[in-house]
Design a protein around this ligand. Structure first.
Ligand SMILES: Nc1ncnc2c1ncn2[C@@H]1O[C@H](COP(=O)(O)OP(=O)(O)OP(=O)(O)O)[C@@H](O)[C@H]1O
Ligand SMILES: [Mg+2]
Length: 217
């Protein structure tokens, strides 16, 4: 059967992954801020990894803008659906290397130092581009991985606990910036979070994962 295109960003149908996740039917809408919540170990990270093909379901179907993920090349998908993992990937080298690496991997044009300096200030990092990242704090590394995604100008941002290592003030500053970026540039944001404040203040939609099953509000 030919699938009709629809306005969903993602649609999940009868997906199972090991004995960890079992989702019958879930739709994620375009241009929204969707928060994913639930207890530790419930399957939140597993769900978002399925959405950018870091892992594949054992059965069932996932559609991105109406197109079966099986038929989308992983590299092409990850140019549009950008994900910051729960443990940020940091590479040996400078702050600049680490900001640019996403653009390099996806073969997009690199950004100027001026743009990179601006990103550092947007994510509240007071380091210079030539500083080595290995000396950065956990929260700074987390923000560098966010800066890397902001530079890549994708269609969808998936952030897995992006502010877990940040104090409340820094979290508020960085999340305010990301949320206004998403709204003004008409992107879609999926964010896995334990922050009740983030959910209360910003979520357009809420997905709760409990023991591998989804409850959608
Ligand atoms: N590839 C895998 N093989 C086997 N078990 C896995 C795999 N990936 C995750 N798990 C298990 O599945 C469960 C859900 O993991 P997941 O990382 O999705 O949880 P989570 O909701 O993101 O939790 P947290 O809030 O702690 O990050 C956990 O018990 C985890 O150990
Ligand atoms: Mg997780």
């Amino acid at each position: 059967m030919i699938k009709m295109k629809d306005s969903n960003l993602f649609k999940i149908e009868k997906v199972k992954f090991k004995n960890i996740l079992s989702i019958d039917d879930l739709e994620i809408k375009e241009n929204k801020i969707t928060c994913i919540v639930g207890p530790s170990g419930s399957g939140k990270s597993t769900l978002v990894k399925l959405l950018n093909k870091m892992i594949s379901p054992d059965s069932g179907k996932i559609y991105y803008r109406g197109q079966d993920l099986d038929e989308i090349n992983s590299i092409n998908l990850r140019r549009k659906v950008l994900m910051a993992n729960q443990s940020p990937a940091i590479y040996k080298g400078t702050v600049k290397d680490n900001l640019l690496i996403g653009l390099k991997f996806s073969e997009k044009p690199l950004a100027s130092d001026e743009t990179l300096e601006q990103i550092l200030s947007d994510i509240k990092i007071k380091k210079s581009l030539n500083d080595q990242v290995e000396n950065l704090s956990g929260g700074e590394k987390q923000r560098i991985s966010l800066g890397r995604l902001l530079l890549m100008d994708g269609e969808v941002l998936i952030l897995d606990e992006p502010s877990s290592a940040l104090d409340q003030d820094t979290e508020a500053f960085v999340m305010d910036y990301i949320l206004s970026y998403v709204r003004t540039k008409n992107k879609s944001l999926l964010v896995v979070t334990h922050s009740k404040k983030l959910v209360q203040d910003y979520a357009d939609a809420l997905i709760e994962i409990k023991e591998g099953r989804a409850i959608y509000e």
